[in-house]
Design a binder for this molecule. Structure first.
Ligand code: FMN
Ligand code: SF4
Length: 715
């Protein structure tokens, strides 16, 4: 393992109290929300966590375990550890982590004011009404709710004392299940954090007011855990080193907290950021750059002798190695990176960092469409994450190199080609442009979305390394497709101009504006030869969804005077909520916490529930749902309305009629997002049965047909 020396510090062991982590890479607490409805550990919990342990993370935090399901379950399917009958399941999970020599560390978390269950009589440190539209995804939020907030009530002293007992009993159960340590969740505005925070804690009793009083809840719990589990049972505390609200915890306060926690018996400190009022800093959408939180570890580490763990947006091995080498922190932590690629540590150790599928911080799979939607964990770019159909893939190897035509070289097509090749099929990609990547490529132009290109490049390298046959600059023909056994329509979506009176020809397409000239790209060192359409000063963005949001970010940063016209009630309602939070701040010429982008020259104006009714040479008429009209000047109008690409519909129909199944996926089925494209591409290829490739009456491919049914259907 000569290559290991490139990152020697990352692979040094680290003592945390009485236990030793085998390396410096921590899987941060993550509420994967996959347990059974009764809170017991599920098969999926074991699959997700044990794979991350297998990949070489030395500490596996089991996120979101509630000590008291009666007053606060963290997510609707989070782990519950408030009864002894949860110990056997937890022990199975711990064992599955120990199998790969990682430490198993449940994170004890009470959601307090950010609680999904129960829905009322929600406890916190005080009675403040919480109005958090993005609220941690655990809130009960109805689509049509104007007020996405809820009332909370201050805990009585009796309830606080009861919680101290419940948290310490939960830790005892973790120890009984074989866990190596526990982590206390004292960050992000949840219950323990609400005690620490001078902004959230408005109590006037022993548990509020002075610094000592605000620390009392956490320190009492550490003390009681040690009473029940022994002084050598390590307790790690994760807290927000900066809450980014006036009057909240800042760096100076976080230093005091660190010292107090060490004195109170904490075995390590895991520094995070934010409360739910400042979600940008807590969940790091794409705009947050790697390394932005290191300042907090640098501030705290010199003051304590216990290990300091730092996380948030860490992705590159060289950078992570430098954090440890330069003594800025003792351990680095990853949450989403481990979901996007559980094998980050072993790929780094074996000197294959280019094989890492870097998390692009999109928050669509793991947040918007998982926790926010009350579903199991998922990842937009890793279809395996949270899906039992994908684990144990090696059992799905095919005995036959089935010929698969994949029309369209975007993410859906490439992901399908990747899995098809891995299964032993023979896929060919037909791409009519001169580049693989599809809709992702336009993102290179959008400030803050450069990470999308990481994924495009990763896919392109995988396609190259797997030796997938690619026909670029090629419009596929009927005759060509007829030589395949199955055809995948992954041709994506295209923009269109809705009906409008006047000069429709003035409307530019999203694709023209986002045609990336690629002046400095590995795939086009001398440029792609493309030019993107230049726009005048005043631009109307007509439409919604990701394309429109990206265009706002691109044109706003370029100093254009932008007006959005959307027929939706709320602009960006289908875009990931924390990205929209950052974008809205920028539209108002400010920025989200901890970011410092150059303010847009003009505020972005938005007409909701509206559309264009008339386009003149210079002026455009906007009409709202009450038929009110507004006339504004516009140099250019760009449509962001998209529909599935039907350019090859005739050919596909004929192929299907010839008995070769055509399956449509991704945006070609209906315009959605990267998550849908990747999942459907991968699912297509794992569903393919080389013995029997037939669609059912619903048009879906069948898989896992029983032997007798195959026989009956004439296979
Ligand atoms: C789906 C999801 C669930 C999370 N659950 C928890 C949790 O239970 N406890 C916690 O301390 N942080 C939680 N976080 C925050 C992460 O641990 C981490 O701080 C954040 O995602 C930024 O780091 P990353 O870039 O490595 O993901 C969660 C984040 C995500 C995206
Ligand atoms: S869904 Fe996006 S942010 Fe979440 S883990 Fe996957 S790539 Fe990262």
């Amino acid at each position: 393992m000569g290559k290991e020396q490139k990152y020697p510090n990352l692979f040094k062991p680290l003592r945390i109290g009485s236990v030793v982590a085998k390396n410096r890479i921590n899987f941060e607490p993550t509420a994967i929300s996959c347990s059974n409805a009764d809170g017991s550990v599920s098969e999926l919990d074991i699959a997700v966590y044990s794979e991350i342990a297998k990949g070489g993370y030395s500490m596996i935090n089991i996120g979101g375990c509630t000590p008291d399901s009666k007053t606060g379950r963290v997510t609707v399917t989070g782990v519950i550890i408030d009864e002894d009958n949860m110990i056997p399941g937890l022990a199975r999970l711990v064992n599955s982590i120990h199998k790969y020599d990682a430490l198993a560390i449940p994170q004890i978390q009470h959601p307090g004011r950010q609680c999904p269950m129960p829905k009322d009589s929600i406890m916190s440190t005080n009675d403040m009404v919480v109005k958090l539209p993005w609220s941690a995804g655990h809130e009960i939020v109805f689509a049509n709710a104007e007020e996405k907030g809820k009332e909370i009530r201050a805990m009585s002293t009796e309830e606080i004392l009861n919680q101290i007992e419940l948290w310490s009993m939960a830790a005892w159960r973790c120890q009984a299940a074989g866990a190596d340590a526990v982590c206390l969740h004292a960050a992000h505005g949840y219950l323990m954090s609400a005690f620490l925070s001078p902004y959230l804690n408005r109590r006037i009793d022993r548990f509020g007011g002075s610094f000592e009083n605000r620390m009392l809840f956490t320190l009492s719990i550490i003390k009681e855990i040690h009473n029940k589990c022994g002084d050598d049972f390590p307790v790690i505390v994760r807290y927000s080193a900066n809450e980014w609200v006036p009057g909240g915890i800042d760096t100076e306060e976080s230093k005091k907290i660190a010292v107090a926690l060490e004195q109170g018996g904490a075995a390590a400190l895991d520094l995070s950021q934010c409360i739910q009022e400042t979600p940008g800093a807590g969940f790091d959408p794409m705009q947050y750059q790697e390394g932005w939180t290191i300042y907090s570890a640098e501030a705290v580490k010199p003051l304590v002798n216990i290990p300091v763990i730092i996380s948030h947006a860490l992705r590159h091995p060289e950078y992570c190695e430098s954090i440890i080498a330069e003594g800025k922190a003792d351990m680095i932590g990853m949450c989403r990176q481990a979901l996007a690629d559980p094998y980050w540590p072993v790929k780094v150790q074996l000197g294959k960092p280019e094989k890492i599928r870097k998390c692009i911080s999109c928050l669509t799979g793991c947040w918007q469409e998982s926790l926010m939607a009350k579903k199991d964990i998922a990842c937009a770019i890793n279809p395996v994450c949270g899906d039992l159909n994908f684990y144990n893939m090696d059992k799905k190897k095919s005995s036959r190199a089935m010929k698969v035509a994949i029309v369209g070289g975007g993410p859906a097509g490439m992901e399908a080609a990747r899995w098809a090749t891995l299964r032993g099929f023979k896929p060919t990609i037909f791409e009519k442009s001169n580049e693989l990547g599809g809709a992702i490529l336009g993102c290179c132009l959008v400030p803050g979305k450069e990470k999308m290109k990481w994924y495009a490049d990763w896919l392109r390298h995988e396609i190259r390394d797997l030796g997938v046959e690619v026909n670029m600059n090629h419009e596929v023909t009927l005759d060509e497709l007829k030589s395949y056994e199955v055809v995948l329509n992954a041709t994506g979506a295209v923009s269109y101009v809705p009906e409008v009176h006047g000069k429709k020809e003035r409307v530019a397409s999203l694709e023209e504006v986002f045609a990336c000239p690629k002046s400095s790209c590995e795939f086009y060192p001398e440029g792609s030869g493309r030019t993107n359409r230049k726009l005048g000063e005043k631009v109307i963005i007509w439409g919604d969804h990701y394309g429109a949001a990206d265009l706002v970010a691109f044109l706003g940063a370029a100093g254009k005077d932008v007006t959005v016209v959307t027929d939706k009630k709320e602009f960006g309602s289908t875009v990931e909520v924390i990205h929209m939070y950052v974008l809205r701040k920028r539209m108002a010429q400010s920025d989200a916490e901890a970011l410092e982008s150059r303010p847009y020259k003009y505020p972005v104006k938005v007409f909701e529930s509206s559309t264009l009714s008339f386009i003149d040479d210079k002026e455009v008429t906007i009409i709202d749902s009450n038929l009110n009209k507004t006339v504004i000047e516009a140099d250019d109008i760009v449509t962001c309305y998209t529909q599935s690409n039907t350019a090859l519909a005739d050919i596909f129909e004929k192929v299907d009629a010839a008995g070769i199944p055509v399956i449509t996926i991704g945006d070609a089925k209906s315009p959605r997002n990267l998550h849908a494209a990747v999942k459907e591409g991968a699912s297509f290829s794992i569903t393919l049965d080389p013995d029997y490739c037939v669609k059912n009456p619903n048009g879906a491919l069948m898989d896992n047909l029983p032997m007798d049914v195959k026989e009956q259907l004439g296979c």
